[in-house]
Ligand binder design. Sequence first.
Ligand SMILES: [Zn+2]
Length: 869
Amino acid sequence: MKKSQKVPAHEVRRADYKVPAFLVDQTELDFDIYDKTTTVRSRLHLRRNPASKGKNAPLILNGEEQKLLRVVVNGIELSKQNYALTEKTLTIEGVPDEAILEIESTNVPAKNTALSGLYAAGPMLCTQCESQGFRRITYFPDRPDVLSQFHVTIHADQKKYPTLLSNGNLLKKGKEKNGRHYAVWQDPHRKPCYLFALVAGKMDRAASSFTTKSGRKVLLEIYVEPGRKSETGFAMTAIKKAMKWDEETFGLEYDLDRFMIVAVSYFNYGAMENKGLNIFNDSCVLGRSDTVTDADIAFFERVVGHEYFHNYTGDRVTCRDWFQLSLKEGLTVFREQEFCGAMNGAALERIRTVSKLRSFQFPEDAGAMAHPIRPDSYEEIDNFYTSTVYDKGAEVTRMIQTLVGTKGFRKGMKLYLKRHDGQAATCDDFVAAQAEANEIDLDHFMLWYSQAGTPVLDVTSSYNARKKEYTLIVKQKTAPTAGQKSKKPLYMPLSVGLLDAKGKDMKGTFVIDLSLAEDQLTFLNVEAKPVPSLLRDFSAPVRVNYDYTDDELLLLMAHDTDPFNRWDAGQKLFSKFVLSGEKIPAALIDGLRVILHSPKLEAGTKAQMLALPGEADLGLQLLASGQLIDPIKLYQARQRVIVAIAEGLQDELWETYKTIEKRLSEKASDGQARGQRSLKNLCLFYLNKIVPEDVTPLAVAMVSSSKNMTDKNTGLDLLIANEAPMKAKMLASFAKTYSKTPAIMDDWLAAQAAARQPDVLKTVKKLMKHSAFTLKNPNRVSALLGMFAGNPFGFHAADGSGYLFIAEQIIKLNKINPHSAARITKPFLRWRDFEPKRQKKMKAALKLIQNDAKLSPHIREIVSKALKA
Ligand SMILES: [Zn+2]
């Protein structure tokens, strides 16, 4: 049977890629904005693609959710018989090899609750076009390999929409009749339509400038809803840091006269890298020192950096098709991580990154929608903006840097950007440039782009005392994943060090290239049997099994010169005691005590070393040992270890808390202060498990009188966790104070949805009726429902009520915003990982969703893949 006969009609496959039949050299857009509708007139300068084989192929344009008014080819208006219009396409036969196509259509931004295309975001109009939103604005070949120069005119009422923005440079602006005005923007850089942006509305503006290394002055602007200008400081600082870092690290200088950020309150993603006009979810960019948490400050820098770095890796060189998404995202997340590491400490950043990978990407790689970083097929591309494409993609990029060295990697980047500037490229192009610049063969390495699943390295060792030889045997295997039964060995770097019995690093770090099902490596002149430090700095996105004794792990935790592995040794010990139920040995408590007292370690690192692996990561480890997950039992097992640590370290935790509390200013928010605050609050978190009566008064004081939002939120979390009698009153007064600040109210919603308590569903149902919540805003949905869907006592309640509740919300939200609904559908993908009773209930909830007749393709794809055998 031919493969194509088995493919469902709505599936898009990478293997079916064809170059576009027509190119659009120039795109002129004219937006006429009125309260009810927006009229879009486009003039496309079309040319038949010489590379296309279909010499007489019709012109097919994508278009949805708009009213088509006029189609004109080379000045002649077409009657309806001359084109074919469906719900999703406009097809025109017999278009000349060169043509000017004019199209007029209208759309209704105020009714666009999907937040894709042109929509009303509170008081302003804005756009989101990645991946397929542009087709909701006008008819166009909406694919990333059609690059065009955009010339945009916007007309609107001057009072209602005083600011009119689009990509590139402002050519002119002026007044029109009837109180209206216009602005004309031109982007000199060719780009695909997914990078198009338009914003119109009443906004406040913060401005500054940056002088590039070649001496050009770039205007920096941040546009916000009226009254929020005082919240732009963190972002403005972050832009400048990012611009400077990219110049110094990769030699990349900003390429337009102005760089704009617009913050909007309704947005499906974190932010979007539209050329010269980045649009941000306000939760990722705005805040004053008295309204942001430490996590916010770090996150703003991260997201601003990420979007800015896309200017080269994404905008100047874009993706040929959406299967290549990791080309821009994996690479840009990697660049973002390097930037944050340079700003705040490389080890801290690496540990954060890997914790996140283990909590989100590893489960994804083991679930029903497991896919390689470059997927082979999709039904709805929106569903593939995943941790795999982004975070594992970044790890794959990092492995190339480890294999060729930092200098070599930068040489490869230079060649890649030079060779593909202004083009739509593929993942193969990027790897080929790295291979060529470094004269290394990366053919085998390409398997990382097509093979899904987390590889496991089983490592054994032997020591020959007579010959003084130490041998490591590494066997690699990857378990089958959905649609990929057999797996091949991958090419990867394994960084290894050896410690002697006293914890001294014997030989430094070796990078071993693995490529076989079984690799063997022998170290010569090893004076005594060493303890191996494996996968230093997490040199590959894999799991490592090695039969360490507790003493060996304690040695690594205390002495490894590799900070990542020092942390990871602790994680291994924690995991072991959570999953085995064994008593925590005094030696582990002693080891943690030494860490807490160490004058050499930064407070932030100490906090990371004292934190247990998350429930998601532990659940996967349980599965790896052949057991199914009972989320409540797993939660309790984790709590048991937390309590044991708290009891063992009670005095030191108090002492650490008090020392930091005394000297740390509430206003301090630099990296060091953030680290100290995280350690101080972690101490309280531990103590709250054993002496809640002593912590409660401190928590009450934090909520009511601290001026620091991180401390206020921690206070709330502590009160919620120990069910303090003051809880309800404190929550209510907090809500009253911050009712006008949605970002803070999101934390308030999330803290309650995260409560590990049996009545959490009741709380969440009540909160859905609170004025701070609406299903229409994705941030509110993530805060309340997203958080609930990760709560063992909520989503995984034994009676199935949590599954049913989320299923009902998905069905409701499917009609409002499929993207937002898809996000809370994904936890169902792993239903097979849970114990039989929960499996049954999760499956029933999935069927309930599946039975909804009006399911969007987003949800349909997830549900059908989840249920597929
Ligand atoms: Zn990105």
